[in-house]
Ligand binder design. Structure first.
Ligand SMILES: [Zn+2]
Length: 319
């Protein structure tokens, strides 16, 4: 199961909620596995570095046995390809992007014959499914959750095995996402100069949310709706038990969420929101700080850039 969404939209929370079921295992933003396995500072959610984590050691042993390659390392698994939608404001220009939007397996084969980038992505999808099979065996779980979010990865994994891939299309009110972007951008300084004003950061966050969500909508256009579950983060937080029940029916299994709470002690997912390390945060709360913090000017900026998309996703202007 692939969670497709923009950042700051609750994918880590959803990943933890689904992974709480004994029949499912959540991997987090697993496309970063190669990087995580080599980083001296990155940690699995269990607290260990990937190379010292018992779960990931078992997965690597399983992979090595299946591929009959005792020297195989995680750095060779799942992803070293560049992401096609790597620039936040770019809008469907390259051959690979076009193939992913049109979304047809035979077109992809044609693309792979003429484009090395498309071949790399096809190989990444094969490698990803091998990894998922090993994870499923080690965790003794039928469902594997990949919350990599990225629309390119979503589509390539779907096209590789349409009958084995289901998608959760997760969205969140764009005003909340742009506000989170502003806060994190101001703290971490990712793309904008230090001198950028909060207003500029908020505008950048709004544009970023619009382009991420539009790209996601484009790649979902050619996927049958029965393979996609549309979920608003706010609905998940307001009634997690009901949403988990609906998701279970979508998957064709009984998923349970005990007492509306999440326990983080036994997870081995990687990357995502740092809340996955905060063991004491076990209840699910809707965070709507933006409603207090955004000024009328911010809301006007948002409305002109992202208002139409937000309304289409089910978020009226008034709150
Ligand atoms: Zn671990």
């Amino acid at each position: 199961m692939f969670i497709g969404s923009c950042g700051y939209s609750g994918s880590t929370l959803l990943d933890l909620i689904l992974g709480a079921d004994t029949n499912a295992v959540s991997l987090g933003e697993i496309y970063k596995l190669a990087w995580y396995s080599q980083s001296p500072v990155a940690r699995c959610t269990c607290g260990e570095p990937i190379v010292a984590c018992r779960f990931w050691s078992d997965v690597l042993a399983e992979l090595r046995a299946r591929k009959q390659d005792p020297a195989l390392e995680f750095s060779e698994v799942y992803l070293t390809v560049k992401r096609a939608f790597d620039s936040p404001h770019r809008f469907i220009p390259r051959l690979l992007d076009l193939l992913l939007v049109l979304g047809n397996r035979s077109l992809l084969e044609v693309g792979a014959a003429i484009s090395s980038e498309t071949r790399d992505f096809r190989q990444a999808a094969r490698s990803a499914y091998e990894l998922f099979e090993c994870v499923s065996t080690v965790a003794e779980a039928e469902y594997v959750i990949d919350s990599s979010k990225d629309p390119t990865l979503l589509k390539i994994l779907y096209l590789h095995a349409p009958d084995r891939c289901k998608i959760i299309h997760l969205v969140r009110d764009g005003r909340a996402v742009a506000y989170s972007f502003l806060k994190n951008e101001a703290r971490d300084g990712r793309t904008l100069p230090e001198t950028a004003s909060d207003e500029e950061r908020f505008l950048e966050g709004t544009r970023w949310w619009v382009s991420k969500n539009r790209n996601l909508e484009w790649v979902l256009k050619s996927i049958p709706s029965k393979r996609v579950f549309f979920l608003r983060y706010e609905d998940l937080c307001r009634d997690p038990d009901a949403v988990v029940g609906q998701l279970g029916r979508f998957l064709g299994t009984a998923l349970t969420l005990k007492g509306g709470a999440i326990e983080k002690t036994a997870y081995h997912n990687i990357s995502g929101n740092p809340m996955r390390f905060r063991r004491d945060e076990t209840s699910i709360q809707l965070r709507e700080e933006w409603k207090e913090k955004l000024s009328p000017g911010d809301l006007e900026i948002f409305s002109s850039v992202g208002g139409a998309l937000n309304r289409r996703l089910g978020y009226p202007d008034s709150f």
